[in-house]
Design a protein around this ligand. Structure first.
Ligand SMILES: NC(=O)c1ccc[n+]([C@@H]2O[C@H](COP(=O)([O-])OP(=O)(O)OC[C@H]3O[C@@H](n4cnc5c(N)ncnc54)[C@H](OP(=O)(O)O)[C@@H]3O)[C@@H](O)[C@H]2O)c1
Length: 278
């Protein structure tokens, strides 16, 4: 039986494919445009769109477990397609937003909850990976760092515990290669709390030149973010920063508990992606 990785072009999905191949698993991979996938020839690649469940038909042949992104409009239809095809276990890249108070009403929390609930309602075995904010969100600062050695921010004292995408992928691979995480919903965070200002300073430290924070208003931030991020996310991002000022985000012990290794630091993430900022 094979494992199907949906979204093999993604930051997490790509590492899930690599981790499964390292373990000698039979892997299939999808993208809406598989020409973007550079995978060994023995990995079957397929065109499939989460918003067109029927497009998964060929990719699902002989597949027992699936790694899934939650970016879809009709979770019930997609999950029904997986169940019909004989998939037994779904590992969903969800979000810690589902654990926040008011998740049902929140745009972000509710879209992940809908997918989680569709999977549960179909009676499939499941593992819900619930990461907090990704370290990779700092990639949005790369243009400012490269051009001006500066990052404009409205709330530099917002506190986060950014998680490395490789940690999420490691736990996904664990879940996809056995039954120990069936029914689990680990919240994944980084190992440390850092303000945005400290994250910016870490980038400067790694690339070997100082990077400064330029304070801006919410309106200025919204205008700047809107050039790079869909409007629906601009408010979410700014509200998230505002509400994170002076907070003490919980550090999850799930990654070290499940893998026996310390979670990767934000500094490691910057080192792994330093080319973005140079
Ligand atoms: N950023 C955060 O702080 C954060 C926190 C918690 C959860 N998350 C969630 O984590 C996910 C992002 O992970 P990432 O960084 O690995 O993403 P990414 O690098 O942006 O990749 C997204 C992947 O999803 C696939 N995808 C998107 N829509 C699809 C569709 N309609 N049909 C098929 N595949 C589709 C894409 O595949 P193709 O384009 O190749 O088809 C791509 O491989 C999102 O769901 C996000 O909401 C993010």
């Amino acid at each position: 039986m094979s494992v199907l990785v949906v979204g093999a072009s993604g930051a997490v999905g790509g590492l899930v494919v690599a981790g499964l191949l390292e373990r000698g698993e039979q892997v299939r991979a999808t993208s809406r445009d598989p020409r973007r996938l550079a995978l060994p020839p023995h990995v079957g690649t397929f065109t499939a769109d989460l918003d067109d469940p029927a497009s998964f038909g060929p990719a699902l042949e002989g597949v027992e477990r699936v790694f899934l992104y939650a970016d879809l409009h009709d979770p019930e239809a997609l999950v029904a397609q997986l169940a019909r095809a004989g998939v037994r276990h779904v590992v969903l890249l969800s979000s810690s937003a589902v654990t926040e108070p008011g998740a049902e009403e929140d745009y972000n929390g509710s879209r992940f909850l809908r997918v989680e609930r569709a999977i549960d309602a179909a009676g499939l075995d499941r593992t819900f990976l619930r990461p907090g904010g990704f370290a990779g969100n700092a990639a949005r600062w790369s243009w400012g760092v490269r051009a001006d050695s500066a990052v404009p921010l409205p709330y530099p004292e917002a506190v986060q515990a950014p998680v490395h995408e490789a940690d999420i992928a490691d736990v996904a691979v664990l879940a996809l290669t056995g039954d120990t995480l069936v029914g689990a919903a680990p919240v994944l965070t980084g190992p440390e709390r850092l303000t945005l200002r400290e994250q910016v300073a870490t980038i400067g430290d790694v690339i070997g030149r100082p990077v400064t924070v330029v304070e801006q208003t919410e309106a200025e931030s919204a205008a700047l973010l809107g050039r790079h991020v869909p409007q629906v996310w601009v408010r979410q991002i700014i509200t998230g920063w505002r509400e994170a000022v002076g907070t003490t985000p919980t550090i999850s012990d799930a990654y070290p508990r499940l893998t026996g290794r310390p979670a990767r630091t934000f500094r490691t993430w910057v080192e792994d992606h330093a080319a973005l900022f140079r």
